[in-house]
Design a protein around this ligand. Structure first.
Ligand code: GDP
Ligand code: MN
Length: 387
């Protein structure tokens, strides 16, 4: 689960991490009031969407008068933002963050993330901030510095000093970096985060460190421990189909291709995507209907797949281990009847009550294309999607 910048910055402040003064606003009046409360003579108006790259998309403006605060807010509220980080979605701007404008001497990069490979939390820091870190990693990998935090020992200040020296910070800034990392690590641990990213972390003209942007991501499996964090969820920033899938307890991820997939079991779903690709097709989604798939869930799953107008054909790949094939067949038939599917559906059923399942499908009167095994199914669905 992702957060808005204003939420992340409020959490930063709770953990003693320096951020510019800022107040979120949902209306023009609130924005102007926020600017007055913050004081000063210049403000940043920042569109609150859960993706980076807002600057280039017109979502970050410097306002030099209260009138400009009002007009930038007016433009941003109600607009949608699409950047390289939104995964094809146009994210609605329901709030803006009004922040004190900060003068920048230098932009740095700082992040903490769960490092599966090394079984620890890794801190990444770079003196090349404000830009896409993947690009920095590609062009100048030597500009990225990392330290690994031992999960039992926790963050230690020598690690912060190492990063400070590597980025060329002076003694005062290195001290500030250490305190900032101590707070960020405490937050990371306490809130079960998966990622914290500060891009840019800036050095102000007076030589102080300040987190100008803030991105956090929490491990959703730990959300039950943090109701106050779970309450910050903004479903309007998420893929509507994925939100709908969560309501039906379906494991669904939207992908770019044209072949809708309905599979039971995450491993089988991954294998199905692989075999589709191997046969020259592109999956439109990952969907695990789960081991205990019911008729209702299969129907819901079909409806989800059909929400995308990119889907040209559907592959149902079910292994009836826990779930019975005749139940699945019932679900497929109910869904086809309910939603009125006009695109080809290829079905590969295997397992408990498979004969009964196949019989139901062949007697249904719907043009369902039966497949004998996974490879056969993939070939047929790829051909159907192209035809
Ligand atoms: P993102 O593009 O969505 O990651 O949004 P950021 O919050 O990182 O802002 C993008 C860029 O806008 C930053 O890298 C800065 O260069 C600039 N920016 C943001 N806030 C301020 C500010 O208060 N003062 C100045 N001078 N520039 C800012
Ligand atoms: Mn940023």
């Amino acid at each position: 689960m992702n957060f808005h910048e204003y939420q992340a910055k409020d959490l930063f402040a709770e953990y003693g991490v320096a951020v510019p003064k800022g107040i979120a606003a949902s209306t023009i009046d609130e924005a102007v009031d926020a600017a007055k409360t913050i004081g000063g003579s210049q403000w940043m108006v920042k569109a609150q969407v859960q993706a980076g790259g807002r600057g280039k998309a017109g979502g970050i403006k410097l306002a030099k008068t209260l009138e400009e605060v009002a007009s930038y807010t007016k433009n941003m509220l109600g607009m949608t933002i699409t950047t390289y980080q939104t995964g094809g979605l146009a994210l609605p701007v329901d709030k803006v963050l009004i922040a004190e404008a900060t003068d920048i001497a230098k932009e740095l990069y700082l992040s903490l993330l769960v490092d599966r490979q090394n079984k620890c939390v890794t801190i990444m820091a770079s003196s090349e901030g404000g830009m896409d870190i993947e690009q920095v990693a590609h062009d100048t990998p030597s500009a990225i510095h990392t330290v690994q935090i031992d999960l039992l020992e926790g963050y230690q200040h020598f690690q912060g000093r190492k990063l400070g020296f590597a980025m060329g910070l002076n003694a005062k800034q290195t001290g500030q970096l250490c305190r900032m990392l101590e707070g960020l690590y405490r937050m990371f641990h306490a809130l079960d985060l998966a990622l914290v990213e500060v891009n840019p972390l800036v050095i102000t003209p007076s030589g102080d460190l300040l987190a100008l942007d803030a991105k956090i991501n929490v491990d959703e499996n730990a959300l039950f421990r943090h109701p106050e964090i779970a309450a910050m969820r903004d479903e309007r920033q998420e893929d509507p189909t994925e939100v709908e899938a969560t309501r039906h307890n379906l494991n669904y991820v939207t992908l770019d291709g044209t072949i809708g997939c309905m599979v039971n079991g995450a491993g089988l779903a991954m294998a199905t995507l692989d075999v589709i690709k191997l046969n020259g097709g592109e999956p439109a989604n990952f969907l695990d209907v789960g081991g205990g798939a019911t008729k209702e869930r299969v129907t819901a799953a079909f409806k989800l797949i059909l929400k995308s107008d990119k889907v040209r054909a559907i592959l149902v790949n079910i292994f009836g281990g826990i779930v019975r094939c005749d139940l699945i067949a019932d679900g497929i038939i109910a869904a086809v009847r309910d939603v009125g599917i006009t695109i080809p559906v290829v079905v590969r059923l295997e397992g408990t009550n498979v004969e009964k399942g196949r019989e139901l499908l062949s007697q249904s009167g719907f043009a369902i294309i039966p497949a004998t095994d996974l490879n056969d199914a993939a070939k047929k669905v790829v051909a159907a999607a192209k035809g």
